[in-house]
Design a protein around this ligand. Structure first.
Ligand code: GLP
Length: 266
């Protein structure tokens, strides 16, 4: 995988990358995996403005979101349905039938997850999966301990994630759902390309795991190192705790080229 440290806006960087991939695509439709979370907001703003300026279209794009809270209605302002509509889908020309988000209110959650995996297969798999990273290194809602071959399923959120996400629920830990539906790490790793983003000092400990030898389900982020075509894009703060050779190589590149981007192969 490549760890890219940039001084530029992560969202703009990612939106330009996505736009280039959609334009280059020979496959129709192009299938995108999409995240929610504060880190993704700039990316969605940049994608929306590309579409509004007629530089990009979602007409031939199919999307699959990574996760959704169990029990929240799509109209709930903290549901991921609401987030996606608010930040992206109400601003772009994606046909409604091309948008897929897990239903956290399904009566049979197991069947909902199995059907989601099936739909991804029917669309020919995910071409580019975007994502963020939790403070504890989670990918989507794959909490520490999730198997690297896990598939879409109902998961229990850890206390750490509930506390981290309570900032979106008026800092009331009790109103954060304790369960979610999430694509698995295996579902993510099946994508042809991965682009994950992390910014700020709170993500530095998780990002630092990429500079260590060990690849372990205790740090789901390290699964990215097993993928042949993965980019982890971070700002300087999130790269602040890198260790060993990765840290040395970053310092060397920063001296040689102070404006970046700095690219580490891990
Ligand atoms: C949630 C989402 C993850 C996301 C994480 C980080 O837990 N399920 O997919 O990566 O938040 O969010 P933020 O970008 O707000 O830090």
């Amino acid at each position: 995988m490549k760890l890219i440290i940039t001084k530029h806006n992560l969202g703009l960087w990612a939106a330009n990358h996505i736009s280039a991939r959609i334009h280059q695509a020979e496959k129709n439709p192009f299938v995108l995996g999409l995240p929610t979370g504060g880190t993704a907001e700039d990316m969605y703003a940049a994608l929306s403005s590309l579409v509004q300026n007629k530089k990009l279209s979602f007409q031939n794009v199919v999307t699959f979101n990574m996760d959704e809270y169990v029990g929240l209605a799509p109209e709930h302002d903290q549901s991921y349905h609401y987030f996606m509509n608010h930040h992206l889908f109400s601003h772009v020309d994606a046909p409604a039938e091309n948008i897929h988000i897990l239903n956290g209110q399904a009566e049979d959650l197991t069947a909902e997850c199995a059907a989601y995996e099936e739909k991804i297969k029917q669309k020919g798999g995910i071409d580019l999966f975007l994502g963020g990273v939790g403070q504890n290194g989670h990918l989507a809602f794959n909490e520490p301990g999730s198997a690297f071959d896990s598939r879409t399923r109902a998961v229990q959120l850890t206390q750490n994630t509930i506390e981290a996400n309570s900032r979106f629920f008026n800092n009331d830990v009790r109103s954060v759902p304790t369960q979610a539906l999430s694509v698995g790490i295996g579902t993510i790793l099946d994508a042809k390309e991965l682009l994950f983003l992390a910014n700020g000092p709170k993500k530095a400990q998780a990002v630092a795991q990429l500079s260590k030898e060990e690849i372990t389900p205790q740090w789901p982020i390290t699964a990215l190192k097993t993928h042949a075509n993965a980019i982890m894009l971070v700002d300087e703060e999130a790269a602040g705790l890198l260790e060993g050779k990765a840290k040395e190589e970053l310092l060397r590149q920063q001296q040689e080229n102070p404006d970046g981007d700095w690219i580490l192969t891990l």
